[in-house]
Design a protein around this ligand. Structure first.
Ligand SMILES: Nc1ncnc2c1ncn2[C@@H]1O[C@H](COP(=O)(O)OP(=O)(O)OP(=O)(O)O)[C@@H](O)[C@H]1O
Length: 254
């Protein structure tokens, strides 16, 4: 479904005396994800998670490396087709507050060129999947944080993508709202969809992820299934594995 090889993203940063230098926010990262898998990208603040996801979601051009998208055995090269395969949730999505979720979804469906009857049917389906029924016609500016996040996610579903790339989808949500999103990701996996997502919540990643990619300073510091990560770090949970791989004081972590 998606295979990335040796991705690098360099940005400029200011050094002393206003001198600009290049640094690698993502430094030779490779990963793959296939149908029916959930892969979690973990790492402290500034590790390069968002930058990596943006490159995988075709929102940012890598400095080096390649991303291949496939549908079965077929390699997809057409950018429009690639974008139709992906539902991307950005960490800082701002929705237009005066719209309702239904209007938001209708506009998103029109952008993807879906016929009106398909949009209508998809909205009904998405409302059920994400339990939007109680607020789908309310203005977004009147929704709670959890409802707003579900509205944001609903927009990623309108074109029935095969791969979800979600940047911290449960950040700041209470247990009820985050559970709804976790349940949604699990159900989509059961439907054969792939979910690649970043999080700071270790316990959530333990519940959800088939595989984990841990980043620090843009580099992969551990990867594999949960048992593989535990074996690599001689731990029994992700929190301890994380603390062992990233000693306190070296990095920020929420
Ligand atoms: N457009 C940009 N220009 C310059 N530097 C950037 C840009 N985007 C990100 N960075 C830097 O790249 C590094 C990685 O940032 P990124 O947002 O990918 O990390 P992250 O792991 O998602 O962090 P967080 O958990 O805090 O969201 C950081 O040092 C950040 O300041």
């Amino acid at each position: 479904m998606l295979e990335a090889e040796n991705l690098v993203k360099q940005f400029e940063k200011n050094e002393k005396k206003h001198k600009k230098v290049l640094f690698s926010a993502v430094d030779h990262v490779s990963l793959h994800i296939k149908e029916g898998e959930i892969v979690g990208v973990l790492g402290p603040n500034g590790a390069g998670k968002t930058t990596l996801l943006r490159m995988l979601g075709c929102l940012m051009q890598p400095t080096e490396g390649v991303v291949r998208y496939t549908d079965g055995d077929r390699i997809i090269t057409d950018q429009t087709e690639i974008k139709r395969q992906i539902g991307y949730l950005s960490g800082n999505t701002k929705l237009y507050g005066r719209l309702s979720t239904r209007e938001l979804l209708t506009i998103a469906g029109n952008i993807y060129g879906l016929p009106e009857n398909v949009i209508h049917a998809r909205i009904e389906e998405i409302a059920q999947i994400l339990s939007l029924e109680d607020f789908i016609d309310n203005r977004i500016e009147k929704l709670s944080t959890g409802q707003t996040q579900r509205a944001s996610i609903s927009r990623c579903l309108i074109h029935s993508p095969k791969l979800y790339i979600f940047d911290e989808p449960t950040l700041g949500l209470d247990i009820v709202s985050s559970s709804a999103i976790v349940d949604f990701m699990r159900a989509e996996k059961e439907r054969g969809k792939a979910v690649l997502y970043s999080t700071h919540y270790m316990e959530e990643a333990e519940l959800l992820c088939d595989r984990i990619l841990m980043l620090a300073h843009g580099r992969v510091i551990a990867e594999g299934t949960l048992p593989e990560i535990y074996a690599q770090t001689e731990t029994t949970n992700l929190r301890d594995a994380f603390k062992k791989l990233i000693p306190a004081g070296k990095e920020e972590m929420s």
